[in-house]
Write a protein that binds this ligand. Structure first.
Ligand code: NAI
Length: 362
């Protein structure tokens, strides 16, 4: 059996609990993992002087695969988001979020099976912003007016939305390659090209260009983002692989997670050419941290994605099947899940849920 080395960043808040649950389930799946434990987040500032120590980044570069629990971003402390820093430092340009119905998980639909591919490096998340009233903001407003590009009220704050040819080609190419490797049928590009011609318009043009190269295999279509939202809510089963610029992808991920039962179920990954970091979509949930109430499903399904990435597809499938079995029996579900009325018992703890899952795997 192959032994894999994987960097584990347990995170903080409920991350500590969901990471431990995830390790137990991966062990029960029979895959041999050597966990290289590294730290990130507010808890390591005292010791390392930074929320993202160099040795953590170095370990991910060395071992190439990591799984991370959520970390808290304290508000108003100047504390840099560890997630954004990791994405930038390691050029993790893909945010991958599969969304699948799990019968018994209280979702609104039983037939969702789609994959969100979100560009992770640019768009309004590039962090290029001009503060209301600042001198450079005034200069920018002056420049825009002088070039006949329109007028902007002097009391405006401005965020810049860059969308490049290179990043668009990379993300759409990834979407097609993912579709081909995972037996998917269609890629849909989502945009607002009718309004933002030079950013979303470019995204759509390049997406079509990449699609042309894949003609004859994976089907391609596109949707304007507002129509996409309505279509998602009315019939999410019509979507397969969906590729987005950064902001729409972020919003669509939570929308999709909500349709199948909520944040406790949504796995994800940040992927670059060299490294991949797997993590749940949810945050550190300070309101329930340390109480053994967290639902570890999202991190466990993130681990299943990680096992696919490591070539351990059988183990990944067994974990997903075990998750489905625990939900369909409905006897050991955590409190965040709308439970079937036949289940009169108290919600299960994180530990009880994990034990039920381990039992299914053994
Ligand atoms: P959150 O996702 O932590 O919590 C939102 C709500 O969902 C809370 O009521 C929480 O109890 C519930 N929830 C989330 N995950 C759950 C789970 N696995 N089981 C049961 N209930 C769950 O979002 P929030 O409150 O906006 O953020 C809290 C902290 O997490 C912030 O500091 C934020 O910056 C950070 N965060 C970190 C992320 C990461 O490290 N990947 C991602 C998102 C937020």
């Amino acid at each position: 059996m192959t032994k894999h080395s994987v960097v584990l960043i347990p995170g903080d808040g409920i991350g500590v609990e969901t990471s431990a649950a995830m390790q137990q389930v991966v062990a029960a799946s029979g895959v041999d993992i050597d966990w290289v434990v590294q730290q990130a987040g507010a808890g390591c500032i005292d010791e390392h002087g930074t929320p993202l120590p160099d040795e953590t980044v170095q370990a991910i570069r060395e071992y190439k695969t990591a799984i991370k629990g959520p970390v808290t971003t304290p508000v108003g402390t100047g504390f840099r988001s560890v997630n954004v820093a990791l994405r930038k430092t390691l050029n993790l340009y893909v945010n991958l979020r599969p969304v699948m119905s799990i019968p018994g998980a209280g979702g609104r639909y039983d037939d969702v099976d789609l994959v969100i591919v979100r560009e992770n490096t640019e768009d309004l998340y590039a962090g290029i912003e001009f503060e209301e009233g600042a001198r450079d903001t005034e200069e920018l407003i002056g420049f825009i007016e002088a070039h006949g590009k329109g007028s902007i009220s002097k009391d405006s704050g401005i965020s810049i939305k860059p969308i490049s040819v290179g990043a668009t080609r990379n993300i759409v190419e990834f979407a097609f390659e993912y579709a081909e490797a995972n037996d998917r049928k269609k890629v849909t590009a989502v945009h607002k090209a009718n309004i933002m011609k030079h950013s979303d318009g470019l995204f759509l043009r390049e997406a079509r260009e990449v699609a042309r190269k894949h003609e004859g295999g994976i089907a391609f279509d596109d949707k304007i983002v507002d129509a996409f939202c309505m279509n998602m809510v009315m019939d999410p089963s019509q979507f397969d692989v969906i590729v987005f610029p950064n902001l729409y992808g972020d919003i669509a991920s939570d929308l999709a997670a909500g349709l199948v039962g909520g944040l406790g179920l949504a796995p994800g990954a940040n992927i670059g050419r060299e490294c991949a970091v797997f993590e749940a979509v949810h945050g550190s949930a300070p309101d329930i941290a340390g109480k053994n109430l967290a639902n570890p499903t999202a991190q466990i399904l993130s681990a299943a994605m990680m096992l696919d990435h490591l070539g351990e597809r059988d183990a990944a499938a067994r974990i997903r099947n075990a998750v489905r079995a625990v939900y369909s029996k409905g006897e050991h579900l955590t409190g965040d899940i709308r439970r079937p009325s036949r289940t009169a018992s108290e919600p299960a703890s994180c530990t009880e849920f994990t034990e039920a899952l381990v039992d299914e795997l053994s």
